[in-house]
Design a protein around this ligand. Structure first.
Ligand code: G6P
Length: 474
């Protein structure tokens, strides 16, 4: 039986299946997986995740008990849950990604959405079932008194469900997203809002990436549940039980990242990119194609920068890497199309025979991203709202001289803000001006700021973050 377990929707790896049935394994994406993969494997923690695709489901069927690691894959202890596709779809796409993600990132187009009717009731039922499947698997696998770390908004109900089943366990929940203020959180139907909060309060410890998100969660518990929040001692007491609240920031393992970024595949991407852009300055952004990342406003800001500064024409290139994400959701497909339209407008207006002002790439290529980081003069990170944002932390590790233009609404701003150029993500003109300031920043100032950013970004590598989550349960 296992003494430390981890549960999250997305696991460290995912599989694709070819027409002739052959499985290929790849690393999973996003902040949660980047943070947890290395440590969980090194520490031999049993990771329980969901099968997300047909490829994953094929892999699960070939692995006894869903144990991918015991089916010949070098993953570290890993059990994948094969949840019925329709239940998974409603839980992941409709509730987690279209509802809870939208609430916590303030993404609704309020005059038109959300609409909570009978359809949502069925979706919510599936979300409960999906959370229940995790609770059951954890209850089966955990040894007596084990420590269980439940991750993110997909699994808000699991802690309370698991506690009901196994009161001997020590349970933590960790949110990798922001948390909404009560007036926005209460867009959710009252019962649903209550279940989410009480689900997390089923844990002994609820962790957040910044103090701001932890405070917002406590505000919701006070206002919506009538719970008692102790702001100094950081805890919430509800119906006789107390859940401790913690803030554990997540940073980057600087040396591991640097080592990876010096491998030959990255170097050859650097050579190719250099050939493509010559000695022009580079403004780089790297994101999932995600509504909260604010890619469209970033492009409009770049266009405004080009309009205001003709002296930069021919001397700067914007590399925008936006990887596909959540394409089962129509909003995301439309968003990708909108990013592509904006990019085309910039091309049409400014490109010349020998200058491409913008290189937009919407395909996943990790080594190419690392190459772009290494070459960046400016890194643009302008999310509407973000739990942390690891791109803002990876950039300064890999480039010795990149200036960071950073949204004040990213969790990372709490630690990096002092040495970045902070922007209001809705303020296009302000962002355009910051891009210019970043480009003309004197060499000694950019290196000085970059060193400070590097230190802040690597202060809490995943190993320490993970240890802090575990310690919180001791
Ligand atoms: C964010 C979430 C993660 C999620 C990741 C990628 O970082 O906090 O839980 O895994 O985005 O999103 P996806 O839907 O592709 O798993």
């Amino acid at each position: 039986m296992n003494s430390v377990l981890l549960a999250s929707n997305r696991g460290p790896v995912s599989f694709t299946v070819s027409d002739d049935g052959e499985l290929t394994m790849r690393r999973g994406g996003g902040g949660l997986v980047s943070g947890l993969s290395g440590v969980a494997k090194d520490d031999g923690v049993l990771w329980i995740c969901a099968a997300l695709s047909d490829g994953d489901r094929s892999a699960v069927r070939l692995a006894a008990g869903g144990r991918i690691d015991q089916a010949g894959y070098d993953t570290g202890p890993l059990r994948m849950l094969d949840i019925a596709p329709a239940v998974f779809h409603r839980a992941y796409n409709a509730v987690a990604n279209s509802t809870l993600w939208f609430v916590n990132h303030l993404l609704y187009d309020i005059p038109n959405t959300p609409n909570f009717g009978t359809r949502f009731e069925r979706e919510w039922e599936s979300y409960r079932d999906y959370n229940g499947a995790f609770a059951l698997a954890l209850a089966e696998e955990a040894g007596h008194g084990a420590r269980v770390m439940v991750q993110d908004y997909h699994l808000t109900l699991t802690p309370a469900m698991l506690r009901a089943e196994r009161p001997d366990l020590r349970i933590a929940h960790f949110s990798h997203t922001p948390w909404a203020p009560p007036e926005y959180f209460s867009l959710l139907p009252d019962e649903v809002a209550r279940e989410v909060l009480e689900g997390i309060l089923g844990a002994d410890h609820a962790g957040f990436l910044t103090d701001r998100w932890a405070q917002a969660f406590m505000d919701c518990c006070e206002r919506l549940l009538g719970a008692e929040a102790d702001r100094v001692g950081r805890s919430v007491t509800h119906e006789g039980r107390t859940t401790r609240i913690g803030v554990q920031s997540l940073g980057v393992d600087g040396s591991a990242l640097w080592e990876r970024a010096c491998e030959p595949d990255v170097e050859s991407h650097m050579t190719a990119l250099r050939e493509q852009v010559g000695d022009r300055r580079l403004i780089v952004r790297i994101d999932r194609t995600e509504l909260s990342k604010n890619i469209v406003r970033g492009l409009i800001a770049y266009r405004e920068f080009l309009a205001a500064h003709p002296e930069w024409h021919g001397r700067v290139v914007h590399l925008a890497f936006a990887y596909p994400s959540r394409h089962d959701l129509p909003e995301y497909r439309e968003y990708t199309a909108s990013v592509q339209r904006r990019a085309q407008e910039i091309e049409d207006e400014y490109a010349t025979d020998d200058w491409d002002p913008l290189i937009l790439n919407v395909n996943d290529d990790y080594p190419r991203s690392l190459a772009a980081y290494r070459m960046a003069d400016v890194l643009l990170v302008n999310p509407i709202r973000d739990g942390m944002n690891l791109v803002a932390k990876e950039g300064p590790v890999l480039s010795e001289r990149c200036a960071l233009v950073l949204s004040r609404e990213a969790g990372a701003a709490a630690e990096l803000g002092q040495h970045a150029l902070l922007v209001n993500p809705y303020d296009i003109s302000g962002t355009a001006a910051a891009l210019h300031d970043a480009l003309v920043m004197p060499e000694d100032e950019r290196r000085m700021r970059r060193d400070k950013l590097h230190a802040a970004a690597t202060a809490l590598p995943p190993q320490k973050w993970f240890a802090a989550q575990l310690d919180a349960l001791t």
